[in-house]
Structure formats: structure tokens, C-alpha cells
Write a protein that binds this ligand. Structure first.
Ligand code: NAD
Length: 275
């Protein structure tokens, strides 16, 4: 579905950008912020829950709401339901979106999941699901976008990691490890693709209120390991950041304002990772 008129002004005017995990949370916020600044979007989300993840993931209604918000801003928007673990399905969704929009200038690998458990209750299913979505899914997103960026003569890949990759969050080891993996993927690709003018950067948020709230997190931390609570406390006087704080970093990295920024780990973490 392509909707909306096309005249475009703004910091990313006329850029065509893929966003995964776009149905809600940070992904929806990136979509709205980029659309406000003139981008047209390909929005992908799994739109179903996974048995290994204790909180619900987004729905097709959530994705439709993101589409509504983007088109209300007058931008073109293509949405597809796809699991980023399925590289064939993802590539097909991205290719179809690029056909409709006429090209691709950037991608935001944002979709992710979180499991919570102390080390002795962390299972191989936790590991496989989290690494599959957060690391291999991020790779699949980059790989689906790169041929189109090469065809454009360059572009910008933004991979959403976490402050956990800057300091080593406990009680979520598969997540922390996968988000560290995203850094390796990002800087390796940044080196490999710099000569083709493709920039690759990661963004590292601290906690923001979204649907990513495993109910067991608070109880595990408070009841089993209260000594670890300070690890999650921001240095600046705010318990949480807003989704748009992360989206403003994404906007900068997608825009030409960052045209010579690559291989950056862009922290938006209220200082949680300073020490
Ligand atoms: N919210 C935070 O505090 C926080 C902090 C640091 C990093 N992050 C990262 O930000 C990103 C967005 O998280 P959020 O907070 O908006 O969470 P969220 O759960 O609200 O949104 C994640 C979205 O990704 C989708 N998704 C999950 N698995 C998918 C898959 N296999 N294929 C396609 N889509 C899939 C979900 O349906 C959902 O719409 C994640 O990578 C997360 O790890 C979030």
C-alpha cells in the first residue's frame, strides 16, 4: 500500500528509509520523527507474539496505527508483516517496498526482544531466540538493504543496540551479548562499506517506556539481586528517556548532517554507561 502526497521538506526530505519493529515503541517513534522531517518509509514488523518472550509483541493493528501516523504527516508509507529472522521473507518485503518507493537511502534495524533471568535460569531457548532476532535479524536487515544502497551510490544503516552493550547489563546476558554483537557487526560493516559511501552506526539507548517490559525483570532485580539495581540507574536525573530522544539520534544518523559519521556508537543513555 502506498499512500500520501510527495512534496517533501525537512532534514531527511525525500529519503526512503526501512524501519524494522515499526509497529510500536521506538520503531514507531523513529517512523514519525523521520516522516516529520520528510522521509518516505518501509515499515516492517512481525506483528505476533513469540512463545520464548514473556511479554506480548506488536499486532497488525499497532502497525496500521504507525502507518496512519506517517500518512497523516503526508509521507508515503509501505508496510509489511515479516519476521526479521526469516531472511527470504524480509528481503522480499524490502524489495517490494523499494519497488513501490523507487529506491532506498537508509535502514534502521530496530526490531528486538528481551529475555530476563539470572545466569542459572537462562536457557538455550533464551539464547537462540535473542541472538536470532537481535543479532542475526539485524544482520538480515542490513543485508536486505545494502544492495539497494549500493544501487543509490551510498546510504546510511543505523543499528539499534543498547546501553547494555556499553556496560554489560546483568540478568539479561543473551540480550547484552547480542547487543555487543551488534557493535561488532556495525563497525565491521562500516569498514567494509566505507569505500562505497555506506555509513553504518549503532545507537545505544538507556531505558525508555515501550512495550518491551518483561514482567519478571522488576521482581528478579528487586527480590533476587537488589545489589545490581545501581547498574540500571542513569547518571542524569531521569529514570527514563523518551522514545523521541532515541529517534532524534536516528534522524541525525540518517540525515546528511552526519555524512562523514560512520562506525560510531551513539549513546543516548542519560549517562548510565559512564561508569
Ligand atoms: N525500550 C528500551 O528501554 C530500550 C533500551 C535499549 C534498547 N532498546 C532497543 O530498541 C529497540 C526497540 O525496542 P522497543 O523498546 O521499542 O521494544 P518494543 O517491544 O516496544 O518494540 C519492538 C518491536 O519489534 C517487533 N519485533 C520483535 N521481534 C521481531 C521480529 N523477529 N521481526 C520483526 N519485528 C519484530 C515487535 O513486534 C515490536 O513492535 C530494540 O532493539 C530494543 O532492544 C530498547
Amino acid at each position: 500500500m502506498v499512500t500520501g502526497p510527495t512534496p517533501s521538506t525537512g532534514r531527511v526530505a525525500g529519503k526512503r528509509v526501512l524501519i524494522t519493529g515499526a509497529a510500536r515503541g521506538l520503531g514507531r517513534s523513529h517512523a514519525v520523527r523521520l516522516a516529520e522531517e520528510g522521509a518516505d518509509l518501509i515499515l516492517v514488523d512481525i506483528c505476533r507474539s513469540l512463545p520464548e518472550i514473556e511479554y506480548e509483541l506488536a499486532t497488525e493493528d499497532d502497525l496500521a496505527e504507525t502507518v496512519r501516523l506517517v500518512t497523516e504527516l503526508g509521507r508515503r508509507c509501505v508496510s509489511r508483516v515479516a519476521d526479521i529472522r526469516d531472511e527470504v521473507a524480509l528481503r522480499s518485503a524490502v524489495n517490494a517496498g523499494v519497488d513501490e518507493l523507487g529506491g532506498l537511502d537508509g535502514a534502521v534495524a530496530n526490531a528486538g526482544v528481551l529475555t530476563v533471568a539470572p545466569w542459572d535460569r537462562t536457557t538455550s531457548e533464551h539464547w537462540r531466540t535473542v541472538v536470532d532476532v537481535n543479532l542475526i535479524g539485524t544482520w538480515n536487515t542490513c543485508a536486505a538493504a545494502i544492495p539497494h544502497l549500493l544501487a543509490q551510490g551510498g546510504g546510511s544503516l543505523v543499528n539499534i543496540s543498547s546501553a547494555g552493550a556499553m556496560k554489560g547489563f546483568p540478568l539479561q546476558i543473551p540480550y547484552t551479548a547480542a547487543k555487543h554483537g551488534v557493535v561488532g557487526l556495525t563497525i565491521g560493516l562500516a569498514n567494509e562499506l566505507a569505500a562505497q559511501s555506506i555509513r553504518v552506526n549503532s545507537v545505544h539507548p538507556t531505558g525508555a517506556f515501550t512495550g518491551m517490559i518483561p514482567p519478571s525483570f522488576g521482581t528478579t532485580l528487586a527480590e533476587e539481586r537488589p545489589d545490581l539495581i545501581p547498574m540500571f540507574v542513569n547518571a542524569m536525573p531521569t529514570p527514563f528517556i523518551d522514545a523521541v530522544d532515541v529517534s532524534n539520534a536516528v534522524l541525525f544518523l540518517i540525515s546528511d548532517e552526519s555524512r562523514f559519521v560512520t562506525g560510531l556508537q551513539f549513546k543516548v543513555d542519560a549517562g548510565v554507561s559512564i561508569n
